[in-house]
Design a protein around this ligand. Structure first.
Ligand code: CA2
Length: 144
């Protein structure tokens, strides 16, 4: 089965517990369950991870580079700051879908720039947590 990494950056472990007006009521566990359900439908094995540490996300990208068919990534605040995550993704010859739960373009100006978009195959923003299954559907098409 084709392996897809679904990677989540800092503070996304708080999903559904704070700021529901921005990020909704679903928890990260709900998002993981939905990714696994859609992954099964699409014949994808989902490796779902979250970390607050930049190095850990980079290590998972290195893992994905070796064994995965694609990456879905919500780098959270690292989106706007991390050249290191951009470099790690650039070392992958894989389709990469960048997901943001909120519409970053109607928020603060510092959220309008994404390092990850420089390497992403596609970007989904503002679809709430539904962005994750949508990203998996797109990957399913791309790697089908
Ligand atoms: O909209 C997104 O998915 C973001 O990647 C979320 C990041 C933010 O820094 C990006 O600009 C956009 C923040 C994730 C923090 O998630 C929380 C969830 C609930 C409560 C507090 C934080």
């Amino acid at each position: 089965m084709r392996i897809v990494y679904v990677l989540n950056g800092p503070n996304l472990n708080l999903l559904g517990k704070r700021q529901p007006e921005i990020y909704g009521h679903e928890t990260l566990a709900d998002v993981e369950a939905e990714c696994r359900r859609v992954g099964t439908e699409l014949g994808l094995e989902i490796r779902f991870h979250q970390s607050n540490a930049e190095f850990q996300i980079i290590d998972w990208i290195h893992e994905a580079r070796e064994i995965a068919a694609g990456i879905v990534i919500n780098p959270a605040a690292f989106t706007h700051t991390s050249v290191a995550i951009l470099d790690a993704l650039n070392a992958c010859d894989l389709p990469i879908i960048e997901v943001h739960i909120s519409n970053v373009h109607k928020r603060e100006a510092f959220r309008h720039h994404s390092y990850v978009s420089l390497v992403a195959t596609g970007v989904i923003a503002g679809f709430g947590t539904q962005g994750y299954p949508l990203a998996l559907q797109r990957l399913g098409r791309l790697i089908g």
